[in-house]
Design a protein around this ligand. Structure first.
Ligand SMILES: [Mg+2]
Length: 193
């Protein structure tokens, strides 16, 4: 089994900008491409895990989420020759949470802080969750990490600072708080043998 670094998307890799309706509005946070490249160079499996409820909210189709991911991968490649080894996202949302498009409106184990995406990735990619890391900017990212037995890192980019100050979501206990993904990757590499 491989160890992995799971990465949230918005607020970790790209600048948090709410629901991104125009593909060109997705921009990387400075330094993240080089940080992902460092993981690539160590042959550490890099896996995106992202809640993307836009399709369930009828904001845009799944093809738009895929287009955003294509741009994300292109920017990582262009800036540092970096790559994500796999991408998982959850387009579903319950009606209670605001889902309106019947095709994507449902409860699902894939939505963070549930562990469905991590479990699916573990099965499909032969990953060792107990010895893997999850980097996110929300309490729900850290909670998902812990629910799956991963080490949970909270970055202060995106919503991270608001989570820490108690203004957003709820209190959580990350294993490490990093100013950004660059610092998070430094910490991971120190703890990765
Ligand atoms: Mg996020």
């Amino acid at each position: 089994m491989k160890r992995a670094v799971f990465l949230d998307r918005d607020g970790v890799l790209n600048i948090e900008a709410g629901y991104i309706h125009q593909v060109e509005d997705l921009h990387l946070i400075p330094g993240v491409a080089q940080a992902v490249r460092r993981l690539n160079d160590k042959q550490i499996f890099c896996c995106l895990v992202s809640n993307q409820s836009g399709p369930a909210r009828n904001y845009y189709p799944v093809s738009h989420v895929e287009a955003l991911h294509k741009r994300l991968c292109q920017l990582l490649e262009n800036e540092a020759g970096a790559k994500l080894d796999a991408l998982y996202y959850c387009p579903y949302l319950s009606e209670a949470e605001g889902g309106t498009n019947p095709e994507f409106t449902r409860y699902t184990t894939w939505r963070k802080p549930n562990t469905g995406m991590l479990v699916a990735a573990a099965w499909e990619q032969d990953l060792d969750l107990r010895n893997s890391f999850m980097v996110g900017d929300k309490a729900t990212d850290v909670d998902m990490a812990h629910n799956a037995g991963c080490t949970g890192i909270l970055v202060q980019t995106g919503y991270g600072e608001s989570v820490l100050s108690g203004k957003y979501q709820h209190h959580t206990k990350p294993d490490f708080v990093a100013a950004n993904l660059v610092v998070g990757v430094d910490w991971i590499l120190k703890h990765f043998d």
